[in-house]
Design a protein around this ligand. Structure first.
Ligand code: NDP
Ligand code: 8X3
Length: 244
């Protein structure tokens, strides 16, 4: 039987590449995002295999979404974003609320609504966390916190789902060149280009291939968490302040 994935955030980056990868693998995909023109474009490319769904993760009737678009074999909670890099003491509140509402609240609500169908299908949930969940950096507290939530939520969900056959995975990438850094910089493409220049970053396709691998492993195997980086990204040392 043809398998179905519900992938959030297919209008760019990792989600768009994942939609292509799962369709290429013979699955049908329901793909979401706010930008209807991008959804239309992807529908034009992928045809019958893609059901586009304009959906804002910041609220909405996720029970109706599950009723209309479930049950599915796989939920990929990919939609997400980061606020502008800023120390919290200098940050505006509104962008932080957007991130919390999208990366945390929306993800939880959609997952809860989709779970009965996932249990029925003995399906899988793959959540997009980040290396930022584990390794903090200056100016990224709310983003990192949201991704730490996603990581720990994934593990807790595994506990809740014990005995159901449903698999849960936290995917934790480092730098992947998508629209992520354009969004983080308020639409500034040049800032994004400068950030990735010379770093040979991962791509949406790299992460999509990883999602495909995780999703198509034998059903007795669960990848709990998977962290990946481009070779040119590693860790910095501790910051120490001696004078205030
Ligand atoms: P992109 O900016 O390229 O894609 C983000 C996707 O999320 C878009 O499809 C966007 O759709 C969707 N989205 C954002 N906000 C909302 C919302 N309120 N409602 C519905 N959809 C929304 O970034 P990436 O592909 O890189 O990011 C995908 C995920 O991967 C994110 O969760 C990100 O945190 C995570 N990640 C990315 C890394 C990277 O380096 N790129 C590294 C680690 C994790 P639209 O704007 O049309 O609504
Ligand atoms: C974002 C990862 O390495 O660009 O989730 O900060 S990184």
């Amino acid at each position: 039987m043809t398998k179905t994935a519900f992938i959030t955030g297919v209008t760019s980056g990792i989600g768009e590449a994942a939609a292509r990868r799962f369709v290429k693998g013979g699955w049908t995909v329901t793909g979401t995002g706010r930008r209807a023109d991008r959804l239309d474009r992807l529908k034009g490319e992928l045809g019958e295999a893609l059901t586009p769904l304009a959906l804002d993760m910041r609220g909405g009737d996720f029970d109706a979404v599950a009723r209309d678009h479930g049950p599915v074999d796989l939920l990929i909670n990919n939609a997400g974003l980061a606020p502008p890099m800023s120390d919290l003491q200098k940050a505006d509140q509104a962008p932080l609320d957007t991130v919390i509402d999208t990366n945390i609240a929306g993800l939880v609500s959609l997952t809860r609504a989709m779970l009965p169908g996932l249990i029925e299908r003995k399906g899988a949930v793959i959540n997009l966390s980040s290396v930022a969940a584990t390794y903090p950096y200056k100016g990224g507290a709310v983003y990192a916190g949201s991704k730490a939530f996603v990581r720990q939520f994934s593990f807790g969900l595994r506990c809740d789902l014990a005995g159901t056959g449903v698999r849960v995975t936290s995917i934790e990438p480092g730098m992947a060149e998508t629209e992520f850094t354009v969004v983080r910089n308020g639409g500034d493409q040049a800032a994004s280009d400068a950030f990735y220049a010379g770093t040979d970053p991962m791509t949406g396709e790299d992460i999509a291939e990883t999602l495909w691998w995780v999703a198509t492993l034998p059903p007795h195997l669960n990848i709990n968490a998977l962290e990946l980086m481009p070779v040119r990204q590693s860790w910095a040392g501790f910051a120490v302040t001696r004078e205030s």
